[in-house]
Design a protein around this ligand. Structure first.
Ligand code: R5P
Length: 312
């Protein structure tokens, strides 16, 4: 006797499952389209992870929401959640990581170094059918598809940052702290018809950064707005703000996409800035710019390419 394969129709509305700390972003996504479910997770006394999907996933497109600002402790829990969803019959399992970790060590700078960008991308690609993130730190790699083998979309936060600056800052002068930042500073400047420039950055170590600035003649009365994709140690933006002060400019508004702010970075930056704001890719008191509408649009447009083992 042969058993016929059970066919379960795919529900069009995604089931959005937040990992701990991602509830607000998940609710914002669901407000655009989808239903929020729940994941229960805790540590056993020996430090291992317990995880249970509290919402039925069979036949559903499941979007796991997990920003990866603390990737090492979060990754295994994420892997368990993805694998559980697949084992319990999810039609697709996608990762929504508003901040995507392990994008910077994309080559071996010294003999023997691990190229962690490659390894991390392989691990994520083996667990998920798709990935949506925001402004990943693509530097030496041109696109996520150079690293990830699943459909992957990189949302640009520039339109959201531009709209915030237009509404909140009078006569802005947009400044990027290094050459890399030109890509998003220019995109924002074009959207709001503001002047822009970038500094030259020299980084000698994690906490040792200096910047230099072209002549700002003619822009002295404008409000400087420093824009960067990541604030980690905060040293880049602090050095940039101090240089502006040395040139007689007003205290800058600082706008970043990913507010990692390690250690005392946020307090140090607040001490030299007029205002510090961020997008909500990483939950932080500076969050002022919501990304969920842009991320929801990218999820809706993500190509559907089931990986091996996914139910068709
Ligand atoms: C560098 O390439 C990035 O765009 C940021 O400027 C950098 O990650 C900021 O790091 P930190 O806050 O540690 O100076």
């Amino acid at each position: 006797m042969t058993r016929e394969a059970k066919t379960i129709p795919m529900s069009p509305a995604p089931l959005i499952l937040p990992l701990p700390g991602n509830d607000t972003f998940a609710r914002d996504l669901a407000a655009v389209g989808g239903e929020v479910g729940a994941v229960e997770t805790r540590r056993f006394p020996d430090g291992e992870t317990y995880l249970r999907l509290m919402s039925p996933v069979e036949g559903r497109v499941v979007d796991l929401v997990a920003t990866l600002a603390g990737p090492d402790p979060d990754f295994l829990r994420l892997a368990f959640a993805a694998d559980a969803a697949r084992a319990q019959g999810a039609a697709r399992v996608r990762l929504v990581a508003p901040y995507l970790a392990y994008m910077r060590q994309d080559k071996a700078f010294h003999p023997g170094e691990a190229v962690t960008s490659d390894t991390f991308a392989r691990l994520i690609s083996s667990l998920f059918d798709g990935l949506v993130t925001v402004d990943p730190h693509l530097h030496r790699r041109a696109a996520l598809s150079d690293l990830y083998t699943i459909p992957a979309a990189a949302v640009q936060a520039a339109p959201a940052l531009a709209d915030w600056i237009l509404a909140e800052v009078e006569r802005p002068l947009l400044i990027g702290p290094d050459a890399e930042s030109a890509q998003w500073v220019q995109a924002i400047a074009e959207r709001i018809s503001a002047p822009w420039t970038v500094m030259e950055k020299t980084r000698r170590g994690d906490y040792d950064v200096s910047v230099d600035l072209p002549d700002l003649a003619g822009h002295g009365t404008r409000t400087p707005v420093l824009i960067d994709d990541i604030a980690s140690s905060g040293r880049t933006l602090v050095a940039a703000a101090e240089l502006l002060a040395a040139r007689g400019m007003a205290r800058p508004v600082c706008a970043v996409v990913h507010a990692l702010f390690a250690g005392d970075a946020f307090a140090r930056l607040q001490a030299v800035a007029a205002r510090v704001v961020s997008c909500d890719s990483v939950p932080h008191p500076s969050n002022a710019i919501r990304l969920a509408p842009l991320v929801a649009a990218a999820l809706a447009a993500l190509p559907d390419r089931p990986r091996n083992g996914s139910r068709k």
